[in-house]
Structure formats: C-alpha cells, structure tokens
Design a binder for this molecule. Structure first.
Ligand SMILES: Nc1nc2c(ncn2[C@@H]2O[C@H](COP(=O)(O)OP(=O)(O)OP(=O)(O)O)[C@@H](O)[C@H]2O)c(=O)[nH]1
Length: 373
C-alpha cells in the first residue's frame, strides 16, 4: 500500500480562547497516535508533562511520539514536507494559527499545498463562551471565521450558566453556517472528532502518566455535557457506522454527500462500487465541506465491502443510515457514467481565486477534491 496522506488540522481562535489548552488536551489524549504540532512558540505547550526526548533546531520531539515545531508561516510548506515524511511517522498534523496568520489564509495554504501527502483536516475555531460578545466587538472578523470553520468549539463552557450556554450555542450554530458546533470545558473534545487514534493494540511503550490519568478520568469530563453515556464518542457527538457487503450506487452516494447536513463534521471509510470499478476500493475522507476519494487496488483476498463512520453533532443518525441503505439497495441500477461524479473528487485542485470571503473559501474547500480541467 502507498504512503498515507496525513490530515492537517488548522486550529484557530482569538487570544486566550483556549487553543493551546485544546492542543495540550489532544497531545495528552493522543495515546499511540502521533501528532505533529506546528506552533509559533513552545511557551505554553506542556512539554514537561511529556518528557522531552530530544530537541533539534526548532523541532521538539516529545516522549509520547509527538513532534512540535515552532514555525514561521512562510516556512509552512517546508515544515509540512518534513512532517509528512515517513520517518516522522505522524498520523496527524495540527497547526495552531495563533500569531501566525489568518486562519483562512492557513487553510488556503494547506489546500494549495502541492505536497501529495497533505490532506486537509479541517478548520477548528475555538471560541471563549464567557467572552463571546466582547470578542466579537473587538474582532468583528469572528463572524467570518465562524462561517469558514468546519468545527467550532465553544470553549470555557464551565464559565457560563447552562441557559446562557444554550443561548450561545444557538447563536454560534447560526453563524457557523456549515460547521459543526460543540461545547467544551478546558479544551476537552474527543480527539476522534479530528483524527483517528491508533487502536490500543498499536500502542507502544508503557502506559504514560497522562494515559493513566485519562483512563481514570470519568467519561463526563471528556466533552461538553457530562452525561457520559457513550463509551467512545461523547454524547455531545453522534456517530453512525455503516457497513455493507453489497456495493454502493455512486450517484446516489454523491447525492447523499452533496446534501450532507451541516453538523456532520467528519466522514471516514472506504467504499466498494462493485462492477463499476471491480479493481479498486475508494477511501473516503470528508471534513466540513471538504471531500476526497482516494482509490487503491484491493489487496489480494481482501473482502469486498463498504465501511463508513460518520461523526457529527446535531445529526439524525437514523436518517443518515436510511439514506445510506438507499445507496446500497439501488446499486443494481447504477451505470458506469454514475461513477464520474465520484471521480471528480479523486484529486486535489488548486484554486487560485483569493477574495477574502468565507463563501469563496467554502467553495474552494468543496472544490478542492476536484481534478484540474
Ligand atoms: N475556566 C476555563 N479556563 C480555560 C478554559 N480553557 C482555557 N482556559 C484558560 O484560559 C487561558 C487561555 O488559554 P490558552 O489555551 O492559553 O488560550 P490560547 O487561545 O492558546 O491563547 P493565546 O495563545 O494567547 O491566543 C488559560 O489560563 C487557560 O488555563 C476553559 O474551558 N475554562
């Protein structure tokens, strides 16, 4: 199998909203998953907590397999090139936008990267719930950031009363337009919202202190509401798993993906289109409005099937399952031309249109999976 593409997540938010806290949480909960963090200074990263294994130039290797780089945005491509090399062994890269550049600009840089191993992993905007009104007054561009975000984390939920939190969630959901919105305290979101954690069996070394602490942590501490009845994804998110040994109808699947609901933040998996392309399975990656299919040859003896996980907040899992069942049940009527709609999302397209408008950015993001010409 070829080299993996690595999701690159842009983490943004105004001063003091909790970006570094959230990044520290992700580093802590990474378990065996290797995160590369691009930050503009190491100041607040909890390097001590991770036992620094070595420091080379402006790159810090953390004991848990994570890698931090202090970057200048002009060097972003160089760092992405370094961090996507197989020897870095990373599973995900997070760029903290703080002090570096406009998040929207960073998203464009990631989308425009010619590095074939870079995969857009979403724009996450962290918002301070307690300071929402004053932040918006000081930075009217907050609305633009919310409109461009794939995921909005309404952080510091512990600092507002429940009724106020509900009101703010409604306001932010309206402004987020296309992104999913989730409340959080102390940046605790489920890492699975952003990236796949390696299965436990792939963990190396001994359980670290932070792993142990996380495992001791009640599930209710892991997300927004604290009702903790979902052992894997927190109750603030819903996830839908879909598996089928019957191939899917490509045109119906594309109709489903085109119309996917706003809160459906992430879709991952692989799809079998059966006789329309018997030699290939299509890896599916969607984050926010971004969508990408990557075909690969079936392994000899590999079972032909489709497997997908859909993650979001405020989604209707039953409706999503029913829609996917429809893509399966009508696969018999699919024709070869129906596959074309999928092939449009097979390769990246560099869109050079550059107005500073979230609508344009969203179009760029949505178009980024389409081939040139
Ligand atoms: N009460 C409360 N405090 C928080 C929460 N999240 C972060 N903080 C605190 O808020 C302050 C700012 O958090 P940071 O994570 O440094 O925020 P940042 O967005 O990285 O800040 P800059 O890098 O300066 O833009 C710190 O003192 C955090 O401990 C939260 O959910 N609740």
């Amino acid at each position: 199998m070829g080299r993996q593409q690595i999701p690159v997540v842009v983490l943004a938010g105004f001063l003091g909203s909790g970006k570094t806290t959230l990044l520290n949480q992700l580093l802590r909960r990474s378990r065996g998953t290797r995160i590369g963090a691009l930050v503009n200074d190491f100041g607040a990263i909890e390097i001590d907590a991770m036992a620094v294994a070595g420091q080379v130039g402006s790159t810090v290797s953390l004991g848990n397999g994570c890698l931090c780089c202090a970057v200048d945005v002009a060097e972003l491509d160089t760092y992405l090139e370094r961090l996507t090399r197989p020897e870095a062994g990373l599973d995900v890269i997070v760029i903290e936008a703080s002090g570096l550049a406009e998040p929207v600009e960073l998203v464009r840089m990631v989308l425009a990267s010619e590095n074939p191993y870079v995969l857009y992993g979403g724009l996450v905007e962290v918002v301070d719930a307690a300071e929402y009104a004053s932040t918006r007054e000081r930075h009217p561009e907050l609305d633009r950031h919310l409109a461009a975000a794939d995921l909005v984390v309404l952080n510091k939920s512990d600092r507002v009363a429940p009724a106020e939190l509900d009101r703010l969630l409604a306001v932010v959901r309206e402004r987020a337009e296309h992104g999913a919105v989730t409340p959080a305290a102390h940046g605790r979101i489920d890492p699975e919202l952003l990236f796949d954690r390696r299965p436990q069996t792939e963990r190396y070394g001994q359980l670290s202190f932070d792993d142990a602490r996380e495992e001791d942590e009640p599930e209710g501490c892991r997300g927004g509401h604290g009702d903790g009845h979902d052992g894997h994804l927190h109750a603030a998110y819903d996830s839908v798993a879909f598996t089928s040994t019957t191939p899917l109808h490509p045109r119906l699947l594309m109709d489903f993906l085109d119309a996917r609901p706003e809160g459906l933040y992430r879709i991952k998996g692989f799809v079998d289109f059966g006789p329309l392309d018997p030699g290939h399975v299509y890896t599916l990656h969607a984050v926010g409005r971004f969508l990408r299919f990557t075909p690969r040859a079936w392994e000899p003896g590999e079972e032909r099937r489709t497997q997908m996980v859909l993650i979001g907040s405020g989604i209707d899992p039953d409706a999503l399952s029913t829609a996917l069942d429809g893509c399966r049940d009508q696969a018999g009527q699919a024709e070869e031309r129906h596959l074309w709609s999928v092939l449009r999302f097979v390769r990246a397209d560099e869109d050079t249109a550059d107005p500073d408008d979230p609508e344009v950015l969203r179009t760029e993001v949505a178009d980024a999976g389409r081939p040139v010409g």
